[in-house]
Ligand binder design. Sequence first.
Ligand code: NAD
Length: 312
Amino acid sequence: MSASSGPAPGPVAVVGAGLVGLGWVVVWTRAGHPVRVVDTDQAALDRAGETIAALWSDVETRPVPDTVTLTTDLAAAVSDVVHVQECVVEDATVKAEVFAAIAAAAPATAVIASSTSALVPSSFTASVPGRERTLVAHPFNPPHLHTAVELVPAPWTGAEAMAATRHLLEDAGMEPIELAAEIDGFVVNRLQSALIHEAFRLVGSGVVDATDVDRAVRGALAPRWLTLGVMETIDLNAPGGIEDYVQRYGPMYARLAREQREPVDWQQVLDAGLAADRAAVLPREDLDARRRWRDGRLAALRRFLDGGSATS
Ligand SMILES: NC(=O)c1ccc[n+]([C@@H]2O[C@H](COP(=O)([O-])OP(=O)(O)OC[C@H]3O[C@@H](n4cnc5c(N)ncnc54)[C@H](O)[C@@H]3O)[C@@H](O)[C@H]2O)c1
């Protein structure tokens, strides 16, 4: 994963020591980058070492290298980095201030990337000096257990900044999804939105219950999508490939799409029984334990997909 030849990976700064920021620390550290972690809250930094060690143990058996430093001094932390990954609260005003402070102190060559889940980059980078080196690099939670990361340019983001970030992420074992332009929801949430919406429609209409919706995803869609994705799945699912698939099944999907156009009232579906059904299957006080179970399963899957490299 880390570059075994060529120059040593340059320092990276992670600004915001919450869950997402500390996941990024694991990603960059595994790739051999010295990492400077910055937070305005000393208590968050005091907790960070323990959390990083716990996340690290999901993917590595060796101890955390001593290349991670923790500080409240943003300007010093970013002064010689090749990349800054902003992971502060999801607020465009705060992000604009943090980007301005980073831009004032980081080398002009460093890319400044935001982890934002739902803000388009133009909403907080318009006034940043050197804004052509700003973009969104949106990870999935927790970042050290997912390879996907969405690279989203603002209208003023330079091709060099996109390419440099893509290379840095690929060297760190990530698989960037590069958007040509910013769009609300980026790619993953737009895909997810279509599927969750249809799940609510089916449950709300009483055709199927929530447990069986999850069975449909886990037992039919997810295994193929994990192996191939959506487009390659359909390319293989008709004898003559994707053109044959479109000929055979296009009319059916067009019919379904017309039926699926109306938005569904999610709250109404919750109130009509979905909330009670979920609480019966998973009591609300068990949510945290189940989240830890999920992360353990994701870590095991990651190790399997990496060919067992994390445990060997
Ligand atoms: N939680 C998710 O599932 C998820 C997934 C992908 C991306 N994201 C995005 O990542 C970002 C961080 O999310 P999180 O869940 O880790 O949040 P969080 O609240 O856990 O952590 C935010 C951290 O930023 C620090 N902070 C706030 N202002 C700061 C500043 N001016 N300078 C330095 N540090 C500052 C806070 O003290 C806190 O430690 C958000 O933009 C979020 O949308 C979240």
